[in-house]
Design a protein around this ligand. Structure first.
Ligand code: MD3
Ligand code: FE
Length: 198
């Protein structure tokens, strides 16, 4: 699909371990929590965030906010190596202002959706996968066929242009395909520009 850029193995084993250590340090400050949909249904994915903003969902709706919904504290800063990865791979002139951290364990999945809660859809989204591999599904914004891509630990993808509004989701995670994440599972980081254009 035009605008879907994929860098399999972008992060070396040591790069993955170093990034994961920084993410797990942030999780000490901003623990994973389980959001609910506006209808009150719990997500199977657990979430937290890093950076000025992160996406949250609760009874009041979907939005980006500067604080953790359970602790009320500001999200911890985004690791420098993620900011560098964003500028190296996307070339976008402005830094991301939001990093959503998704944790998939056991049967967790994410249904097909579009990302529409950001103010400016011209900026790319960058996704970094750590831990167990996942079956990622993507199709055009307007509908029609979808295809799947296996996302493994250390893989990075960017969604730009027409792919930015693509429908996408995670069908399933392949348990035991990686030993990177303590306790197992998959962590996905999505870097975005979510707030007002600067
Ligand atoms: C395609 N996350 O957080 S990352 C999400 O693996 C989300 O946790 C999935 O979808 C995950 O919203 C998929 C790959 C991804 C991220 C953003 C996209 C694909 C995208 C935005 C537009 C199109
Ligand atoms: Fe998404």
């Amino acid at each position: 699909m035009e605008g879907f850029r994929f860098w399999p193995g972008a992060l070396s084993a040591s790069g993955q371990a170093a990034l994961l250590a920084e993410v797990l340090a942030a999780v000490e400050q901003a623990p994973f929590y389980r959001p609910v949909t506006p209808g009150g249904r719990p997500f199977s994915v657990e979430m937290t965030g890093m950076g000025p903003l992160a996406w949250v969902s609760d009874r009041a709706g979907y939005r980006y906010q500067p604080t953790h919904p359970a602790t009320g504290a500001p999200w911890p800063p985004m690791p420098e190596r993620l900011l560098d990865l964003w500028s190296d791979l996307t070339g976008w002139p402005e830094p991301p202002d939001a990093c959503l951290v998704n944790l998939y364990r056991g049967p967790a999945k994410m249904g097909l959706h579009q990302d529409l809660d950001e103010q400016d859809h011209s900026a790319p989204v960058l996704s970094v996968s750590l831990g167990d591999a996942a079956v990622f599904r993507i199709g055009a914004a307007g509908g029609g066929p979808t295809r799947t891509v296996r996302l493994a630990s250390g893989d990075v993808c960017a969604l730009t242009g027409p792919a930015r509004l693509a429908r996408h989701g995670i069908d399933r995670v392949i348990a035991g395909s990686s030993t990177l994440v303590p306790g197992g599972g998959r962590i996905n980081l999505t870097l975005r520009k979510a707030g007002p254009a600067s």
